[in-house]
Write a protein that binds this ligand. Sequence first.
Ligand code: BMA
Length: 367
Amino acid sequence: MKRVLKPVLTAAFALVLAACGDGDKTASQRLQERLAASVADGKILYGHQDDLCYGHAWKVEDVAGDPLERSDVRDVCGRFPAIVGFDLGALELGGPDNLDDVPFALMRRAALTHVERGGIVTFSWHPWNPLTGENAWGMPAGRAVASVLPGGEKHEIFQGWLKAVGDFFDTLRDADGNRIPLIFRPWHEHTGSWFWWGRDHCSVEEYVSLFRMTHDYLAVERGMDNIVWCYSPGHGADEAMYLERWPGDDVVDLLGMDCYTYLGEEGIEAATAVYREQVGSALAYMTRLGKEKGKLICLSETGLEGIPDPHWWTQTLYPTIQGAPIAYVLTWRNACDKPGHFYAPWKGFAHEADFRKFAEQDKIELL
Ligand code: BMA
């Protein structure tokens, strides 16, 4: 009798434990809790786009075998970024590589490797325009958003594109076969009009429907409860614009913002002043909104292309973000094939010491 009962009781106890403990939380909730704990601890995680796949003047060649230990960030400060960003653009076209020539097989390995090391991954998506066949930036955009919504002429094709994203995410599983937690940040910078889902190319209702359709397909239809959904308007959005196309409290977990220091003809001082004003004011209302909505906030994309300012990290970025409860800040990619297109330092770069100082701040977390 005892022998029969014991395993039954043990199994029942495990069930009760699971119901009370972490076991009933989704991977998305656990990642949000981890980020919230880091914010409560006063930390800001540092992230870098495509970090393990390539850097300034190098790239991974051996997709299946490379140990993925190279990183421009690590070369400069000895540590990997805490967050690595990837972009799914061109996945929808069915080819092996993304829009920046990163093989999806490499992206998968890099994401899994980074999570195994204790890091966090985030995905953006610059899909082609399903109506015109141009890339995400191609203009005129036409009524592409309307065309992918139910009843639109590209709806069915677009369902296939969403399926491609779902299928790719579904392959991101740990050694136990569980889907890894990930941040997904679709339909970003939509308060500008440089992408086909931008402000001038669709109505408020159409944008909201696009976001919700994407969420419902992955989170509901595919049951992906490992995704933290990030909403990230572009630079210059005031609070009204930020909220104008808000897709709903039920489909957003993380409030983001994409904002860069744009070096124009007026010089670095003017660019820095604009950046500090834009990011500073956005983080102020995002902090309030995050509290009201019980959601985390982040600076989802930022940087200064080519980093011509020797003190950008310590005198522009750090003072602008250090007072805000952002979970993370991510700087954009270091292209391996465009020498001036980089947003993190690399070994030998003239101003690399300033990044090291930034990375050494107590507040700033790397792996
Ligand atoms: C842009 C640039 C492009 C790139 C795109 C998507 O900001 O970096 O070169 O193709 O992002 O990653």
